[in-house]
Write a new protein. Sequence first.
Length: 215
Amino acid sequence: MKMKTQILKIAGGSLLCFLLVLPRSVQAQMSNASFRVVNRVVSLDKKSKVVRLNEVDSVGIAWIVDEQFTEGEVEFDVKGIDKYQGSFLGLAFHGANDRTYEAVYFRPFNFRTADTLRKLHAVQYMSNPKYDWPVLRERFPGMYEKAIPSDIDPNEWFHVKLVISAESVSVYINRSKVPVLETKLLGEIQGKMIGYWVGNGSGGEWKNLNIKKWK
């Protein structure tokens, strides 16, 4: 109702300009999507549209070619495995190069652990290269990584929504209205690359990626 009122107050000649600034939604995960891959092999199932990255030592990224992102909402489904120290997967954004970017990722092996400390390390934000996870854990314990609800199966698909502004990121799981992680960004926006991210020794699967840009 509020949007309709605003539109009626705008002269006809300005209506087009108003519509053009509405958020743009982009289906980035299509059968013809292409990637620039760092330290991984990417495969795309054209029928299910599932993107897979293989398991290799060190970090891997599949940057989405010709896709630029600074602020907005990013949603996707992701699946890892319940393997201790063997599943780290999420999304990299604000990429300036292969070592300078921000990321939100998950550690599925900590989702249902009985270890109360490990459980607090289920979802992580980081800003490379200055604020990688070991630096954040040592200097700001519990601030940039949190637990997630224990009903999330570490071996199954779960839905993620990232709300990213110029100053902060909020992480939502399975369409909950309460974020599991909400924090200020540590890095200045230097780049616009966005892509799938995996950690040391980890592979991962993604589908249903949708990018809604505010700019």
